[in-house]
Ligand binder design. Sequence first.
Ligand SMILES: [Zn+2]
Length: 504
Amino acid sequence: MTQHADDPELETAYNEYYANVYAAVEDMQFAYRKKIMESECCKDLDDHEFGHLKQSFENAIALFREANIPLMIEESELANRYGSIVSKMSVMFEGEQRTPAQLGVFLKDADREKREAAYRARYQLYLDQAPELDQLYDDLLKIRHKIALNAGFANYRDFKHQEMGRFSYTPEDIYEFHRAVELELMPFVKELDEQRRQSLNLSSLRPWDTQVDLDGRNLKPFETTDEFIHKAIDVLDKVHPPYAMQLAMMNNSGMLDLENRKGKAPGGYNTGINALASSFIFMNHVKLQRDVVTLIHESGHAMHSAATKDIKYFPYLETPSEVAELASMTMELLSMDYWDIYYPDPIDLKKAKREQLEGTLSFLPWCMTVDAFQHWVYLNPQQTAKERGEAYLKISDPFRSIVDFTGLELWRPHAWKMQLHIYEVPFYYIEYGMAQLGALSIYKNYRENKAKALEQYQEFLSLGYSKPVNELYKVAGIDFDFSAKHIRELVDFVKQELAAIDKD
Ligand SMILES: [Zn+2]
């Protein structure tokens, strides 16, 4: 379906599968889990092996409501509509019909006017669909709120927190995370943006100036999809040879769909195919450095699936995102030393590494914005589209750095509409931030002792979700921590690493 998002037949087939198979077994799952938990034998199960399984069953049982099954089916169908709306967007630009992702490429163009035109053309595509996208979001909110009420919660935020099994932290802790980023990281992000403004010799930094290369050198990691894949295999071979074998096997069995084309759904993902002990990677490459990072990232997920192939209990294979994204984001950083395979020129290599390291941190403000916005949205379910836009502006303000949005007042309240997670997978985003801190911490260990950090990482992968999140982070050799103090340490570490790259 995501490979051909403009094909209504596939969408119908997927929705039918979801409704008649996937959702239809939900009540059987409930009955099955209940039977296990009520069984006499359950008490005899060893807590070390089954403790976490029991906790997750108890949680699922507590949240299950038969009345929510049809609502969840409806929710899934609505959420898919987002991808289908976006997959139909395209506009004539520079002589060709372009998708939003393809327009995004021009944000790296050295010609400032072209960048601005691409930025405007892209947001216009979303702005044209704004009434439809707002209506869709209103419908989603309504259903999600009802699901929460049915399950005995006052709001969807609290329901979702528990449903996602966020046992190791509270919503209050997440607000702390938002504040810590504002306090400890924003000064550094502003510093970087100020350097950027000066290097580009601009009086003010506009939103179309944030991605352009400062030295006018465009990173061109590969020309063809084939080259893209084979270089990724070579990179993984340097990190840990079995990773390369796994990706090569996926390539040989047609499990990679990587290039952007009209009709494909946006985004990228890896999905494990348990029956084949393999994974499938989907993405939309447009020959940029960030595509290299995406493929390595998704490969990290694929290696996670491969590492857990001996786990016997299905719930232990379904990792929550704090865990799944730690696997993938760490892989990005561990692979960095070998990017010379994409960039034989040391100047390019330096630049790619610099971008990556800066990106680990400069991503966090947007991550906090997306999360804080959703807290507001689900705690205020009666909002109008206009109020939602105003709330978005207010929430995003502290995370905006020095970027000047003058003249974009019509667009800005809608900017969140470009983030598919907000529609399709509510609240699934802050985990990227938590996992990013975790990945940086593993990388810090890796810098000190490669073999040990890699061993701990591999051990972490092999455990799947058989332990609570904070324990799994321990196995990986790090703390599950998003306090201001920890963020400050990591900001300092990144500053040091950046200085080392410049010195090289
Ligand atoms: Zn991921």
